[in-house]
Design a protein around this ligand. Structure first.
Ligand code: DGJ
Length: 731
């Protein structure tokens, strides 16, 4: 049983293979968080919490005699507001009478086999794994609001999911001003916080902060999860590292405005809150209506960050992405963007495809510039019909020709945007998100289309379906190239404008879902100026996401490493581009570019016709290697290797097969030294006593030798060299 209820103690225990999670209904009826960590069996973990009368931490009215009983010091599972807990709250409401207070207390619960699902929002699917669910109903009788806290427990995966549904059981309308998905209070400890921040072309750079008595807020209000702050954090022990130590991962499955608040309080306990960003948010909840918050994914590891990442990787690959992608071998693609930008016609595109095919590429993707009057990035968005001046004879003719070469065909679109200079905008200026009487912010000369509107979504569905029905298109690159602003929908009344940002995201999810149902064979790759919407919400609809607009392999080393903390390589769009690189102007060897791109979905972003014979040959080998190592790379356990001795000079990462019989070590040097020290690279995850053959070096060593002795790295010379070492068990 993954979920147990100890009735006499009112304790719920959520068990996974490597963790226990405990909550308890206490004497006030509040739901307390008792424990999250290594398995503790069925002990009621309440014994750890001493009741202490702390000054300025008051008591609930019925418990006035018990001065140690305070919402301000209790570890709570979903705290209220305005009733004595002074820590950051997951909730803000405005009742009809103006009161802001809300005080959720236990009413009932139910437990069942299987995983709950969410309507209209992404969630962790049950697929082939076994899950159980718990629903705890809390209610504020005075406000007439109920809070249904749902938990999904994936025992094998060490994963717990959480979400909250708010129900207006009162006779009045209620205004929600904050509705977070999760609140958890971790007990006293020396915690560090790791978050994944960045910017366009430099996404998800891990930052580690020591927590002091303060609140750290991470957020996005860009209408997307953003390049700047990923909705994923790790709370860990001060000493935790890649291979050792306690750490907790919290990931929000949401692609819009989000907020993570991490507060260390007066007792040294740490509260983590995650959910929709309340800045600018409000939701009118009419009598009888419900509001569903997005889901969060939680996992705990006592074996450091690598283990934590393995859990997220497996969960996302097998239970967040659609089941059909678990085993589907993704095609090696070539994308036209960096090869042609907007400057192409049918013959140029066909030429690119033809030369790519000769080198072993499997799919051609026509990027931006094929539609409307789009000869540059200032026009055409919304006009999703082919530009016949460029592609004479239309899309079908081109797709048929490319298919005849033996290549699949994919196409770029940016549905959530609209150019002022487009037929669509001229016909429907009210479809853009703009405030009344105010000029909107423009970015890349484009406006954002109002995805909260059904008529807009219908138009997009019809026009995208038209494309997909007309030609044999098997892949879509779904882009999103600006931050959203002017969240104002012409169809909603003034008192509902605070709903636009969330309705926008729901609208995008609905359109993605509708397209996926109508065209189940078309794979969608997400993109937002690279990795601006790289989150588990989008991965529910798109099994891969273009990781960054920065295609420089050396920059990609840190972007992909940062991304790997939460997301699997099977989700990271990554291509080989030309050297010098278009973004950084840095020159790098072809081999290094291939090796970095191969730790992703793999493809090319260049004109093969302009390559040397040697480079063309290298492509053939890279594609063969990609296929040879496909299972290992895409499904193996991914280890970030971070030895103290070399971390300033090398990036290293390893893939180990599930049965530990083979592994692939990847090493890229970013700073080659002369007469350097003698660092050793140590493998992870092997069988200690088994022998492995290191083909490349002509060695046969035990797993123990490779893991604890390591291999000398005195072999890399030149500009940004890289090396792949494949090892196989040899009995
Ligand atoms: C941003 C993407 O990340 C690029 O790869 C490319 O598709 C451009 N948009 C096209 O406008």
């Amino acid at each position: 049983m993954s979920i147990e209820y100890i009735k006499e103690k009112k304790v719920f225990i959520l068990n996974t293979k490597k963790s226990s999670y405990q909550i308890k209904v206490d004497e006030t009826g509040a739901l307390r968080h008792l424990y999250y960590g290594r398995p503790v069996g069925s002990s009621d973990m309440d014994y750890r919490y001493k009741k202490t009368d702390r000054g300025f931490s008051g008591n609930p009215y019925e418990q006035a005699a018990d001065r140690g009983c305070s919402f301000d010091t209790m570890p709570l599972e979903y705290s209220g507001f305005g009733v004595g807990d002074y820590r950051v709250s997951p909730l803000k409401v405005r009742l009809k009478n103006g009161s802001r207070s809300v005080d959720p207390r236990y009413v009932s619960h139910k437990m069942y086999k299987g995983k709950y699902i969410l309507e209209g929002l992404p969630y962790v699917r049950e697929n082939d794994s076994k899950a159980e669910s718990l629903e705890v109903r809390l209610k504020d009788e005075t406000a007439g609001l109920s809070f249904i806290l749902s938990y999904g427990v994936f025992e094998e995966f060490n994963v717990i999911t959480r979400t909250v549904k708010i129900v207006n059981d009162s006779d009045e309308n209620v205004e929600l001003e904050k509705a977070s998905s999760m609140c958890i209070d971790m007990p006293f400890g020396n915690y560090d916080l790791i978050h994944f921040s960045g910017r366009h072309c430099m996404e998800r750079r891990p930052e580690r902060d020591i927590l002091s008595q303060e609140t750290i807020t991470l957020s996005s209000k860009r209408g997307m999860s953003s390049h700047h702050s990923n909705p994923f954090v790790i709370l860990c022990d001060r000493n935790a590292n890649e291979d050792n130590g306690d750490c907790y991962g919290f990931m929000l499955m949401y692609s819009g405005n989000h907020k993570e608040e991490i507060e260390k309080d007066q007792t040294g306990s740490v509260r983590v809150i995650m959910g929709i960003n309340d800045e600018g948010f409000s939701w009118k909840l009419e009598k009888g209506e419900t509001f569903q918050t997005p889901e969060t994914i939680l996992t705990y590891s006592y074996e450091g960050f690598n283990e934590l990442s393995h859990t997220f990787h497996k969960t996302i690959r097998k239970n967040v992405c659609d089941k059909k992608y678990i085993d589907m071998v993704r095609p090696v693609l070539i994308n036209s963007w960096e090869a042609a930008y907007f400057d192409f016609d049918e013959e140029k595109i066909y030429g690119l495809a033809e030369s790519a095919k000769e080198l072993g590429v499997e799919m051609f993707v026509l990027d931006d510039g094929w539609f409307g009057k789009r000869n540059n990035d200032s026009c055409g968005l919304g006009d999703w019909f082919v530009n016949e001046d460029k592609l004479k004879g239309g899309l079908k003719k081109l797709v048929d020709r490319i298919n005849t070469l033996g290549l699949k065909f994919g196409i770029w679109i940016e549905p959530e945007m609209i150019s002022e200079d487009s037929d669509l905008y001229r016909a429907h200026p009210d479809w853009a998100l703009t405030d009344p009487d105010r000029k909107p912010m423009v970015a890349r000369d484009q406006l954002v289309i109002d995805m909260s509107r059904q008529d807009v979504r219908d138009y997009l569905f019809e026009s995208i379906s038209g494309l997909l029905n007309k030609a044999n298109i098997e892949y879509i690159k779904w882009d999103f190239n600006r931050s959203v602003s002017n969240f104002y929908s012409k169809l909603l009344p003034p008192d509902r404008q605070g709903e636009v940002a969330h309705r926008f995201v729901l609208g995008t999810y609905e359109l993605l879902d509708r397209l996926e149902k109508a065209f189940p064979k078309v794979m969608i790759e997400g993109c937002a100026g690279g990795g601006g919407r790289f989150d588990a919400g989008m991965l529910f609809y798109c099994p891969q996401i273009w990781c960054s607009d920065n295609t420089d392999p050396i920059a990609r080393l840190s972007i992909q490493k940062g991304t790997s903390y939460g997301y699997p390589v099977s989700s990271m769009g990554s291509h080989v581009s030309v050297s010098p690189n278009h973004q950084t102007n840095r020159s790098t060897p072809f081999n290094t570019r291939g090796l970095v791109a191969m730790s992703g979905t793999f493809g090319y972003e260049l004109d093969p016709g302009k390559l040397s014979e040697e480079e063309k040959k290298a492509i053939g080998k890279q594609i063969r290697d990609f296929h040879k190592y496909y299972e290992l790379i895409q499904k193996g356990d991914y280890y970030r290797i971070s030895e103290e001795s070399f971390s300033n000079h090398y990036f290293a990462w390893e893939f180990v097969s599930e049965d530990k019989s083979e592994a692939l070590m990847n090493i890229a040097a970013v700073n080659v030294e002369v007469n350097s020290a003698f660092p050793f690279i140590k493998f992870r995850g092997l069988k200690e006593d088994s022998f492995y053959r290191v083909e490349e070096l002509g060695l046969k060593l035990t797993g123990g030798a490779l893991m604890y002795g390591g291999l000398s790295l005195d072999i890399l010379r030149g500009d940004y060299p890289a090396l792949q070492l494949y090892i196989k068990e040899d009995k």
